[in-house]
Design a protein around this ligand. Sequence first.
Ligand code: DQA
Length: 288
Amino acid sequence: MQKILILNGPNLNLLGKREPEIYGYDTLDDIHSYIHDKAAEYRLEFSFKQSNHEGALIDAIQAAPAKFHGIVINPAAYTHYSIAIRDAISAVQIPTVEVHLSDITKREPFRQHSVIGDVCIDRIFGYGKDGYVYGVEALLGHAVAAEVTELAPQQADNDALLKLAVEKMAAAFPKYDWTGIYMVDGDELVVDHFVGAPTPHVRIPIGHGICGAAVAEEQTIIVPDVHADPRYLACSIETKSEIVVPIYRDETIIGEIDIDSHRPDAFKPHDQRYLEKTAKVVGTYYKA
Ligand code: DQA
């Protein structure tokens, strides 16, 4: 059970009637209920607060480590100039994700700069209220990467290392319906540990399917709708979206993390960021 503090800065109490063409018609209460409805699924306990006062936000940040594992913060206008909020996050060293309803990178120049961003583990903007849920996911995903980082050096062998990574990832997210690792063997990928239904694709030639394409193209691939992608090698009719993240040792790809979801469009850039962190740890500790 993760305990998360969700903090909202000035003027967000006016959501719903405040510039709805930018911030939408949901009120802050609607956003609170939206997260509340998802909390059970994410096994999440959370506290949701808003203040128009910098000091009150700082007090909440300073008190957070005693009660919470992480913070999702929409600092609102303070994003762009509050060194005091930045210093509070940096001082208490609690994993924090910066979230904005609007895409601040496409707005006025003064909004494009955040003084908070580089003390946060991730930044999410432009997804409206879903951004808060993605913020929670980013905290959970980075927590998995941190746990695998801590436990990886103690694993007896490669088998134990892959099992650890797969099981921690699979357990963290309800949207992961198949979570596995393929390892490179010559010009093929061979399935290793996985959680989910057995796959018919135990060996995949590099260059084939989405799994093979990620290795051939040397990049993470997110497929929002597998049925619209001609590369997709069907394994389950229930699979709707997929993410494949290469695992590097030094400069060479030695394998990949493959995750399928029964939900359409389940993977966004923040999923890529925390999964690439986990892939990096696996690549670092995998013995030649
Ligand atoms: C905001 C963006 C900020 O620039 C602005 O001052 C806000 C809301 C957002 O959620 O899009 O108050 O943080």
